[in-house]
Design a protein around this ligand. Structure first.
Ligand code: KDG
Ligand code: MG
Length: 402
């Protein structure tokens, strides 16, 4: 089953998405997500210029061989651009394999290991009352797990605020916008937010929180300790994730569970975190970490060490990546939770998906393959629109981790 065409579709239905389309000689079409927020065209060029010419003529059924060929054949290892491009190829080939077999991808991965995929939504607020109101909205829709973020008094603009648009979208400016940061203000504020949510809604719902790489290890340890009474499901990315060793110190001081992985792109980037049991949830995404084939190796390693999955599922991953994540989640024994931010309305004009949400759980559906189709004509109506993620400065003007 030879590949006859591989092409890249860049579109912006509400936000930018890069989609790889792979076609076989039998007319089977597979799709993969290659969206890397704020650096979309780097991956599009990597695919278009360097990988698509290698795909034409290859056997579409040889997924692992193609993965190894693209990874080892490049000589240059890892990194988000390379691993996102390879992920798109991998996911498109799984889609094709499912369509050829007439089976949803999760069946090819061993079948359902659970009935549904627990997902978490995002509640945020410019102040605590607004957060509580939006939190109630998630409970009304059936969510069992909710991430809580709140503006920090004294900081003009910080991570995680949707601005009421419904779907949180940090990539806003055609040049980077600027956020502000002061660790002391944040560390004093977050326990108050958790206390307010627990007082209002009790302990029957999972609470998550994203620190977004902003603390030092000892500050993260303090945050973890201060949140222990409120029993968070996890705190996410408490320190910059490229230093795996930093997590040793955090781990020695707090029992608050830790989730890391959305900016990491390979099994080698999480090896220490997993094998030293420094985290509880590995949060790599199927779109940025080499696709289904590579992420399931990470999950298998994690299973040995009692670490669960908690896949990144931000709105900057397209419905193709979301579907791929759900297929893998459903079939993974050490699954933990899946992020579900959803997509802005125009995305539904370009992508049709068969995954569903019901009472806090999602299911990828039983359509053959991933269950997501790309409408290329519709995509052409939404041309690329350059957007940057913000930069973050401390109150003294120094650039800080965003
Ligand atoms: O592109 C960056 C976003 O995906 C990220 O800021 C969202 O941290 C995020 C999350 O946990 O969803
Ligand atoms: Mg995050």
């Amino acid at each position: 089953m030879k590949i006859t065409d591989a092409r890249v579709v860049v579109s912006s239905p509400g936000r930018n998405y890069v989609t790889l389309v792979v076609e076989t000689e039998d007319g089977v079409v597979g799709v993969g997500d290659a969206t890397l927020n704020g650096r979309e065209l780097a991956v599009a060029a990597y695919l278009q210029e360097h990988l698509c010419p290698l795909l034409v003529g290859r056997d579409a059924s040889r997924i692992e061989d193609t993965w190894q060929y693209l990874y080892k054949g490049a000589y240059w290892r890892r990194g988000p651009v390379t691993m996102t491009a390879i992920a798109a190829v991998d996911v498109a080939l799984w889609d094709i394999k499912g369509k050829v077999a007439g089976l949803p991808v999760y069946q090819l991965l061993g079948g359902a290991a659970r009935d549904g995929v627990l997902v978490y939504g995002h509640a945020d607020g410019q102040d605590v009352p607004e957060l509580l109101e939006r939190f109630q909205g998630y409970l009304d829709r059936g969510y069992k797990a909710v991430r809580i973020q709140s503006a920090v008094p004294g900081l003009a603009k910080t991570y995680g605020m949707s601005g009421g648009a419904g779907v949180y979208e940090p990539a806003k400016g055609s040049l980077p916008q600027q956020d502000s940061w002061e660790t002391t203000l944040y560390l004093d504020h977050v326990p108050e937010v958790f206390r307010a949510v627990r007082e209002e809604f009790g302990y029957g719902v999972h609470l998550l929180h994203d620190v977004h790489h902003r603390l030092t290890p000892v500050e993260a340890a303090r945050l973890g300790k201060s949140l222990e009474p409120y029993r968070p499901f996890w705190i996410e990315d408490p320190t910059p994730a490229e230093s795996q060793e930093a997590y040793r110190l955090i781990r020695q001081h707090t029992t608050t569970p830790i989730a890391v992985g959305e900016v990491l792109s390979s099994i080698w980037d999480v090896e220490t975190l997993i094998t030293e049991r420094l985290i509880d949830y590995v949060r790599c995404s199927v779109a940025h970490t080499g696709g289904i084939s590579h992420l399931r190796k990470i999950y298998a390693l994690a299973e040995l060490y009692g670490v669960r999955s908690g896949a990144h599922g931000a709105g900057d991953l397209s419905p193709v990546a979301h579907a791929a994540a759900l297929h893998l989640d459903l079939a993974t024994s050490n699954f933990g939770v899946q992020e579900n931010m959803g997509h802005l309305d125009p995305a539904g004009e370009v992508f049709r998906w068969s995954y569903t949400f019901d009472d806090g759980y999602m299911h990828p559906g039983d359509a053959p393959g991933l269950g997501v189709e790309l409408d290329e004509e519709a995509a052409a109506r939404f041309p690329y629109d350059r957007r940057y993620l913000p930069v973050n400065r401390r109150l003294d003007g120094a650039v800080h981790d965003w």
